[in-house]
Design a protein around this ligand. Structure first.
Ligand code: C5P
Length: 238
């Protein structure tokens, strides 16, 4: 089946999203990522509107709290009909298990339970910061792999990670353990503030299971064409 890049809808209002999506044909069903900025301003209605139009939603809220609270929050998120959501692996195996339970309990009968993935170390965290702020003394990569293994042990479906980490995470878990990778730029595109980037074709070759692409599509003069081009590269069609 054709794989879709996940479009990061990093806009600050529903109106801006509508204007952006109006540039796509209505029959093109997208997989979009909604983050905290938008969700906290617009609330669940933004998810309802996108799913009502037939789009799949990855709700990127990175939950991290005591297991009971995360479980109940996840139960609510499952009712929104999202396709994927996430937690911080730093919340621990027990919290991640509770998150999965909440999602399962909140999913209506006959519907698929949303994929649940974990954030390992944020890519904004440097190795030095991790040593100093979190008192984790192992190398950053080791911490990332450890968190991925914890997520797998808790029954999660995968992790968000840098494309450069996919191989070691798949080696430590399994090839179908989702590695969803941001930091993707088609050849020749503006890099923006991303530091370690990969193009869609490279991401496919190293085994990324999903790619997240924001600005190369959202800031494009011709978003639909940019989307189709990235989708082609991601599917290895050129
Ligand atoms: O515009 P761009 O393609 O850089 O957007 C990437 C998206 O992925 C943004 O929503 C960003 O917050 C998110 N992200 C990231 N790096 C991470 C985790 C999430 O770029 N490690």
């Amino acid at each position: 089946m054709e794989k879709r890049p996940v479009i990061a809808l990093d806009f600050s209002s529903k109106e801006a999203i509508k204007t952006f999506l109006a540039q796509f044909p209505a029959e093109e069903k997208l997989f979009v990522k909604i983050g905290m900025e938008l969700f906290y301003q617009e609330g669940p209605s933004i998810v309802h509107e996108l799913t009502a139009d037939g789009h799949d939603v990855f709700l990127d809220l990175k939950l991290h709290d005591i297991p009971n609270t995360v479980k109940k929050a996840m139960k609510g998120l499952a009712k929104l009909g999202v396709r994927m959501t996430n937690v911080h692996a730093a919340g621990g195996v027990e919290m991640m298990k509770a998150a999965k339970e909440g999602l399962t309990e909140g999913t209506a009968e006959g519907k698929a339970v949303p994929d649940l993935i974990a954030v390992t170390q944020l890519t904004s965290t440097s190795e030095e910061q991790m040593h100093r702020d979190q008192l984790i003394q192992v190398p950053l990569k080791e911490s990332v792999v450890h968190y991925a293994k914890c997520a797998q042990e808790a029954g999660l479906d995968g992790v968000v990670c840098s494309a450069l980490e996919v191989e070691m995470i798949h080696n430590a878990t399994s090839d179908d353990f989702i590695c969803l990778t941001p930091g993707i730029r088609p050849k020749g595109a503006s890099v923006g503030d991303q530091k370690r980037i990969m193009d869609p074709q490279q991401a496919r070759k190293i085994g990324s299971n999903y790619i997240v692409v924001g600005r190369p599509i959202t800031q494009s003069e011709t978003p639909y064409e940019s989307y189709l081009q990235i989708k082609k590269e991601w599917n290895g069609e050129e």
